[in-house]
Design a protein around this ligand. Structure first.
Ligand SMILES: [Zn+2]
Length: 177
């Protein structure tokens, strides 16, 4: 029997519910989720342009002059297009909820979705983000309804790429095409 340390999808579902966001409240209001969790979110120009997001759970490591969140602080790269920013934020929330402390700071670099990343924490954070933003039941319902893909991405506030990966993960691809 395979032992699964953590089911990131279930964690995302329960966090969304605890924040008072129903699966039909779309696009998912991430601010409600981060407020509920005690996370503060800032947009930032990182010195290293490859950085897309950062989670700091040790308040002492939040840069001077920045008010830390009660339980954690997230920095997102400023100027990214909204669906990407939303996915990065959901991914950082995933690191937080899945307890990926890493000494108080988690730094994420932008990657194409090449799956060349062997770190299971990154996979878990991505699974968490996908479920948080695209609740399985609603995503399945809308994907199989024949709705144009562009409309579906607007409803969930995600990129085309994220929606396609989600459908593939849920084995929905063939129903839609
Ligand atoms: Zn990450």
């Amino acid at each position: 029997m395979a032992i699964e340390a953590v089911n990131s999808t279930e964690v995302a579902e329960s966090v969304r519910g605890a924040a008072g966001v129903g699966p039909r409240d779309l696009p998912v209001n991430l601010q409600r989720v981060t407020d509920h969790l005690g996370l503060k979110v800032y947009y930032n120009q990182f010195e290293d342009p490859r950085i897309s997001g950062m989670l700091i759970t040790d308040a002492a490591r939040v840069p001077m002059g920045v008010a830390p969140g009660a339980r954690g602080t997230v920095f997102l790269k400023a100027g990214e297009y909204t669906p990407r920013s939303r996915f990065t934020l959901a991914h950082e929330v995933g690191h937080f909820c899945l307890g990926h402390g890493n000494g108080g700071v988690v730094t994420d670099f932008f990657r194409g979705r090449t799956d060349g990343n062997a770190d299971p924490k990154e996979t878990e954070a991505n699974e968490f983000a996908a479920e948080l933003l695209m609740p399985r039941v609603m995503f399945t319902e809308l994907w199989t309804s024949g709705l144009p893909l562009e409309e579906l991405t607007v409803i969930f506030g995600v990129s085309l790429e994220a929606a396609i990966v989600r459908a593939r993960t849920l084995n929905l691809r063939e129903l839609a095409y």
